[in-house]
Design a protein around this ligand. Sequence first.
Ligand SMILES: NC(=O)c1ccc[n+]([C@@H]2O[C@H](COP(=O)([O-])OP(=O)(O)OC[C@H]3O[C@@H](n4cnc5c(N)ncnc54)[C@H](O)[C@@H]3O)[C@@H](O)[C@H]2O)c1
Length: 251
Amino acid sequence: MRLGFEGKVALVTGAGSGIGAAVSRQLAEEGAEVVIADINAEAAEETVAVIRSNGGRARNFTVDVTDAAAVERLIDFTVQQCGGLDMAVNNAGIDGARKPTADYPLDIWHKSMNVNLNGVFYCMKYEIPAMLAGGGGAIVNMSSVLGSVGLPFSAAYTAAKHGVLGLTKVAAIEYARMGIRINAVGPGWIETTLLSEHSEASGSRRMAALQPMGRRGTPEEVASLVCFLLSEQAAFITGSCHLVDGAYSAH
Ligand SMILES: NC(=O)c1ccc[n+]([C@@H]2O[C@H](COP(=O)([O-])OP(=O)(O)OC[C@H]3O[C@@H](n4cnc5c(N)ncnc54)[C@H](O)[C@@H]3O)[C@@H](O)[C@H]2O)c1
């Protein structure tokens, strides 16, 4: 399916690895110029290099999404260097602690909330005016299957990902008549660095094997859904969360 991203500008946070890198590669393959934003400059540079070696267009920008002023500079950079902003994927995220709620460490709670929820808010805060100035756009916020169901011992991550759904719904309603569509995506267990670190620490490798499909998803399987939601093929889809979880949450 051609998604018609030729001449469009896209921004992806957390684009240095995993799902964000796969989304960036697909956006570039479909013709978009992509700003690769990540706290890890080396990883972002690698995604840029892969896209360029495949004939695509990409630039990198080092950003910590928990720093609102830095996020504002990222959007300014995108508009100035690429001529506008048509699509954004607010994907940067981190795992949290594996502790029951009463024992959950405060510092990890705040860090998880900062990256996984505040970071998404800061991005939308500056992306939306840039999109309005260009006549509209589309945003996908990366939630999780844990934005829809709870998992014991993951209070901060689960709460933040539920929060991303709330933010997505509110903003989608606010800008529905102004040409901006805003959706969330909820991946299940996906094969990325985040999961590998998580699995070694908590045994979730075993949990992933118990998923209905008997395997984890791939970053590319998430990227296909994200790119569809960003495209005109999804013109009447806004304000909703779309799972890509191999039936994990269907139990
Ligand atoms: N892997 C899974 O199973 C899974 C499941 C559901 C949701 N998700 C979500 O998908 C998103 C991507 O995760 P992934 O699995 O690709 O992980 P990943 O660790 O491979 O990639 C995350 C990227 O975000 C970047 N990042 C982290 N903190 C940042 C910050 N403060 N500012 C800017 N960049 C930052 C990292 O450097 C990294 O490149 C996350 O929001 C995650 O919560 C992942």
